[in-house]
Ligand binder design. Structure first.
Ligand code: ARG
Length: 580
């Protein structure tokens, strides 16, 4: 609806241009907002204030001219001028009701596919395989998963890429340890954390061991079959750990999405050769570097992107350049989104710039770093176990489920054990994910069990519960939320209108996420929607409505709310429950 209003205003602006009130070839930046207070209309624009200067008119006078020039639209009931010159648009409620009736019979709950459809690479999760996944990998996995789901829902062709770190120098150390302890069977390997620590200890205490480790990296990278075999064994164990977590988190990632650093190994020499051919390389203290003017530091010195070390070794940046080329040329992506810690912002700015200068990606390809902040402990300090170690993701999820179990049992002691466990799992895992998703991704946030498991506020338990309330309405009827319902939506009372206006906004919210990679706006939206449903439910009796037409209309509104909540939660990667 916002888009239609923007179009109407654009037509009015064009009209004023043709009348000579606004300068020829004038480009207006038209802003339309949803209003909070519906007595001021459903949408508002400050366009008259923005254009007053170029038009050399008082904003209110200009507003009047604009209103006169606005074409008729069946969706708009009235346009009023308010305050210094705001244009307030009142939506036609019959037209809105019709749209919602149409949404109700649509598999995508009224959300149209986004045009043009793009092929989008989503780089997400991407842990380093030498260690077990810890809480730091949670954000990339969860936020990336939600955005990938939204893009797919909107009709884009999404290619998930789990760019795991499976090729660094740490593998020399691990291989050396494996060789030293040939009995390190699968079972021992399965505690990767302990294995890594033991290897690291040997590395730090014994120069011979360290020497051997370094030799093994060279052998591995040169393709020595025995080294490769051990390395593969190690990776398989490590990747299956990751997969277990993805499955438990309900994240849409599989082994097929893994394309680790190692897979670009054979392209790295070519990347460097191509950079040289394009005259982008400079040798600095034996290392091969790209210096770009745009990366000057505060002392006016240019920061280099190093692509090959003096000893011939390649770097993280070199791999990313190879990966970008693969994503552009082989995967034919229109867009690539990187869900990686904010602290790597400079790295991405630099490799994106190098890739552009070197034509590694086609000129129209969008490259976007979707950075995120740090997850801190409840005290706001870096998240650590009591003895200072990193918190393992598995332990965190276990605790979340355990706590959810206790809570749900308290609330509903009569539940059967199997039911209780199912609910505890959905609530516990959902709470961890939702807490992360509901914060703006670029800010740091404090992990807090009590907050995320609260049944009040913008939390998973609140929303999951809100959904079960809608579901419970339908259990008392012969219909489900997905049935073809009789009657038509009619928007008579204020709480119906408010709810309807929110339902209509679902599309806009998803388009925004597709654009900016910010799932928190979907959380806020669903939270508000749930609140509006509550007021509607209190003010407008559904099953005991005064007449049949009203009952049908309200049942329809409830069904659309339920389906929107369910769809929204599913896009966030949360599993809904019918009762809890
Ligand atoms: N493995 C890296 C890390 O743990 C993240 C990789 C992100 N993706 C990329 N294409 N660089 O820091």
């Amino acid at each position: 609806m916002k888009d239609s209003i923007r179009n109407l205003i654009q037509l009015a602006v064009n009209q004023l241009i043709s009348e000579g009130i606004l300068p020829e070839d004038f480009v207006a930046n038209i802003q339309v907002e949803n209003t909070r207070d519906k007595s001021h209309g459903d949408f508002a624009s400050n366009i008259a204030m923005m254009l007053a200067k170029p038009a050399k008119m008082k904003p209110r006078d200009l507003a009047e001219r604009l209103v006169k020039a606005l074409p008729e639209d069946p969706q708009v009931r009235e346009v009023a001028i308010a305050g210094p010159g705001f244009l307030n648009f009142f939506q036609n409620h019959d037209a809105l009701a019709q749209r919602l009736d149409a949404a109700l019979t649509d598999a995508q709950v009224g959300v149209a596919q986004q045009q043009p459809a793009q092929r989008v690479v989503v780089d997400l999760s991407s842990p380093n395989l030498a260690k077990e996944m810890h809480v730091g990998h949670l954000r990339s996995t969860i936020i990336g998963d939600a955005v990938a789901r939204v893009l797919e829902f909107l009709g884009h062709d999404v290619i998930r890429q789990n760019h795991v770190g499976d090729w660094g120098t740490q593998f020399g150390m691990l291989l050396a340890y494996l060789l030293e302890n040939p009995s390190a069977t699968e079972t021992q390997l399965s505690d990767l954390e302990a294995f890594y620590r033991a290897a690291k200890q040997r590395f730090d205490e014994s120069p011979e061991f360290a020497e051997q480790a370094r030799g093994l990296v060279v052998k591995l990278q040169a393709g020595d079959p025995e080294c490769l075999r051990l390395w593969q064994q190690f990776n398989n164990v490590s990747l299956s750990h990751c997969q277990e977590l993805y499955d438990r988190l309900g994240v849409k990632l599989s082994m097929d999405d893994v394309r680790g650093e190692s897979s670009y190994n054979d392209d790295l020499a070519q990347v460097v050769a191509d950079l040289r051919e394009k005259n982008l390389l400079t040798e600095d203290a034996g290392a091969q570097c790209v210096f770009l003017d745009e990366f000057k530091n505060s002392e006016d010195k240019i920061l280099p992107v190093i692509v090959q070390k003096a000893d011939g070794g390649y770097l993280y940046s070199t791999t990313d350049l190879a990966a970008m080329r693969y994503r552009s040329q082989t995967l034919k992506a229109d867009r690539a989104l990187y869900f990686v810690d904010q602290r790597q912002a400079l790295h991405f700015q630099m490799v994106f710039a190098v890739a552009r200068h070197a034509d590694f990606v086609h000129p129209g390809m969008q490259l976007e770093h979707m950075g995120f902040g740090t997850m801190n402990g409840p005290d706001g300090r870096p998240f650590k176990t009591r003895d200072g170690g990193t918190v393992k993701l598995v332990d965190l999820l276990n605790e979340a489920e355990q706590r959810a179990y206790t809570l749900v049992k308290e609330k509903n002691p009569k539940l059967e054990e199997s039911e209780l466990q199912k609910i505890a799992q959905a609530v516990g895992i959902g709470a961890v994910k939702y807490a992360d998703l509901s914060k703006h991704r670029s800010s740091d946030y404090s992990f807090n069990f009590d907050q995320m498991l609260s049944f009040e506020g913008n939390t998973a338990p609140y929303l999951l519960y809100a959904y079960t309330r809608v579901a419970s309405v339908f259990r008392r009827t012969d219909f489900t939320m997905n049935s073809t319902l009789p009657g038509k939506i009619q928007l008579t009372s204020e709480s119906e209108q408010v709810l309807a206006a929110s339902l209509q906004r679902f599309t806009e919210v998803l388009y925004n996420i597709a654009d900016k990679g910010t799932p928190h706006i979907l959380c806020t939206y669903l939270y508000e929607l749930a609140g509006q449903f509550s007021s509607f439910y209190e003010n407008c009796p559904i099953l005991s409505a005064e007449d049949e037409a009203t009952r049908h209309s309200r049942l329809r509104l409830a069904a659309l709310t339920g389906r929107t909540l369910k769809q929204g939660l599913e896009l966030l990667g949360l599993q809904t429950l019918e009762r809890m």
